[in-house]
Ligand binder design. Structure first.
Ligand code: GTP
Length: 364
């Protein structure tokens, strides 16, 4: 007997958010397009989706919608067919899924994959879809475990994997298992979300499906997972891809201690590592130290400067002897000589910080 081929899987990619937690990086570029390990963040997700059998993806866009089509076009470079559906005003995660579904060709019983556009995940998408289909679920949520679940949707399940509650950002989580931002919906369930309304799947759709007795399943696993919503997590994601902690077919070079993009100039007397990316034509001068950081194209790290776990924007400059730890420097900003910036500092694009304006050392 001939085996029935797997039906082609369609996906919706949620990319309409404003990425407020990543400002100023997201002032000009949506979070899913930020350069991450040398390519737009989404390139890693698209490559992984393609590898798990997805062939057609509808982007649910809103904030700076046109930039997605400029970056990815019709998707042929990725072996994918891409469509773009834009909300005039953001409709929330549920409203966005409903709106994007207008462009799907899947029938009412088909599984549809839905991905948050800011997640790096090594889980087996195909296995999640297979579980959904085999158990005829309404929705199957990817679940992962984190140390502090209070910032996420906490998702308890019973022994059969059935989700018993969906508790979005609760101060008293009942489990460390959280919503990992990758769902399989049966198409007809998407069609039951009200059209042209602001709806949150996390606050409305999932809780009401569970209350109404629909089969909502949890697909739990322990593979690599990261939500890149904050600057610290964004830097970590880029670092993990460069170091090979998460394998990505989209990485533009071999994995290693750092990734230098074309035209990057790194002095032999500089110390660069920890999974850093050195942007195209960026310069790291003699005696500078760069570790675990993302340096944008055309930026300059002058001699003796120290940049650790930070993002330095396109065309920005970090002057001699400046020290940055867990800092975001916006595009074209200048950190003058001798400044010392600590965790959480954010320099807005184009700002020039004068010499020794900020120091934390006791000798200052
Ligand atoms: P923050 O503002 O920093 O919280 O980031 P965000 O705007 O991306 O919000 P959040 O991380 O909660 O969003 C989860 C995913 O849904 C992201 O991939 C967003 O791009 C996407 N998203 C959130 N709201 C909307 C929306 O109204 N429309 C669309 N199309 N996508 C959305």
């Amino acid at each position: 007997m001939m085996e029935t081929p797997l039906p082609e899987l369609e996906a919706i990619l949620l990319v309409g958010g404003q990425g407020t937690r990543l400002r100023p990086l997201t002032l000009g570029t949506p979070k899913p397009l930020l350069p991450t390990a040398g390519v737009p963040f989404l390139a890693h997700q698209l490559a992984r989706a393609r590898a798990s059998g997805v062939r057609r993806i509808v982007f649910a866009t809103s904030y700076r919608a046109e930039m997605f089509c400029e970056a990815f076009g019709d998707g042929s470079a990725f072996g994918l067919s891409l469509e773009y559906m834009t909300e005039e005003t953001p409709l929330g995660t549920g409203g966005a899924i409903r709106n994007a579904a207008e462009a799907l060709s899947s029938g009412p019983d088909a599984p549809v994959l839905v991905l948050n556009g800011d997640i790096l995940s090594g889980h087996d998408i195909r296995e999640q879809v297979d579980m959904h289909v085999a158990r005829e679920a309404a929705v199957t949520l990817h679940l992962t475990e984190v140390e502090d679940p209070s910032r996420f949707g906490c998702v308890p399940t019973d022994d059969d994997g059935r989700v018993t509650a969906f508790l979005e950002k609760t101060p008293n989580p009942v489990t460390n298992r959280i919503n990992a931002g990758c769902y399989v919906f049966t198409r007809s369930v998407i069609d039951s979300i009200p059209a042209d309304e602001v709806v949150s799947v996390e606050r409305e759709t999932f809780p009401s499906l569970i209350e109404g007795g629909a089969l909502v399943l949890g697909y739990a696993d322990a593979s690599y997972w990261l939500d890149v919503g904050t600057p610290a997590a964004f830097v970590q994601g880029s670092r993990d891809l460069v170091l090979g902690r998460l394998v990505s077919p989209a990485l533009p070079g071999p994995t290693g201690d750092f990734l230098a993009l074309p035209g990057a100039m790194i002095s032999p007397e500089a110390k660069v590592g920890g999974g850093s990316v050195i942007g195209a034509r960026a310069a790291v001068e003699s005696g500078a130290q760069v570790s675990g950081s993302v340096l944008g194209d055309d930026c300059v790290i002058q001699s003796g400067a120290v940049v650790v776990d930070s993002v330095v924007g396109i065309g920005a400059r970090v002057d001699s002897g400046a020290v940055l730890r867990e800092v975001v420097v916006g595009d074209r900003a200048v950190v003058g000589p001798g400044n010392e910036l600590l965790a959480g500092s954010r320099i807005w694009p184009g700002i020039v910080l004068p010499e020794c304006a900020i120091r934390f050392s006791s000798d200052a």
